[in-house]
Design a protein around this ligand. Structure first.
Ligand code: 13P
Length: 225
């Protein structure tokens, strides 16, 4: 299983250093990918690294941006792109996300493309169209990537879709992108992992809140083993 840890905008320097020490003690068969804040990336050694975002531009006059080339120089092997929090707060569009995806692939960094529908889109039954639109940026991309299905209504809410709802979406994703690994993200935790893990289609998890608590994370990983 792939388990990607999205720290989001959390963990100051000392907190992060202690956190990484705790993470390193965890024994697991899963592949852990740590996605810290940009400023913490340089502090990581001995854990597979991902970033939470990347610039859509190459190096240059783009104040505040971090290019894929520079991430690569810090040994970043994966990068989350298109997280719903960036689509929402930074108004990232599918076009922006496609540009980022291309920069990552050019620099041998595996994208973790986040897709997911809002509560409204789920309720008015347009979610499949939304997901297909988000996946359409992969139409002319040859490289295998990782896709994370994160229903927006599930992120940080403690609510998860039913297994039937997840299976429907995973079958849709895998029918469009048969070679890509697909993760589930959104309130995955120790209370629901036994239910989630009944779904064979899930190749791993993208964790937010749980990623910040190494003891609880260890319990989760033990349940996966
Ligand atoms: P939570 O696990 O906190 O719901 O966050 C999921 C997420 O957004 C990971 O990218």
């Amino acid at each position: 299983m792939i388990v990607a840890l999205n720290n989001k905008s959390n963990l100051s320097k000392e907190e992060f250093i202690n956190y990484v020490e705790e993470l390193k003690k965890i024994n697991t068969n899963s592949t852990l990918i740590l996605c810290p804040t940009f400023i913490n990336i340089g502090l990581v050694d001995g854990i597979l690294l991902g970033s939470q975002n990347v610039s859509k531009f190459d190096d240059g006059a783009y104040t505040g941006e971090i290019s894929a080339k520079d991430l690569k120089s810090y040994n970043v092997k994966y990068s989350i792109v298109g997280h719903s929090e960036r689509r929402n707060y930074q108004k990232e569009t599918n076009e922006d996300i496609k540009l980022k995806l291309i920069k990552l692939i050019e620099n041998d960094i595996t994208p973790i493309l986040c897709i997911g529908e809002s509560k409204e889109e789920r309720d008015n039954n347009t979610y499949k169209e939304v997901l297909k639109e988000e996946l359409s940026i992969l139409d002319d991309i040859e490289k295998d990537i990782i896709i994370a299905y994160e229903p927006i209504w599930s992120i940080g809410t403690g609510i998860i879709p039913t297994n039937e709802e997840i299976i429907e979406v995973f079958n849709l994703i895998k029918s469009i992108c048969p070679n890509d690994k697909v993760l589930y993200g959104g309130s995955a935790n120790n209370d629901n992992i036994d239910t989630l893990k009944q779904i064979d289609l899930i190749d791993g998890y993208l964790l937010g809140g749980l990623s910040l608590k190494p003891d609880k994370l260890e319990e989760f990983l033990n349940k996966l083993n």
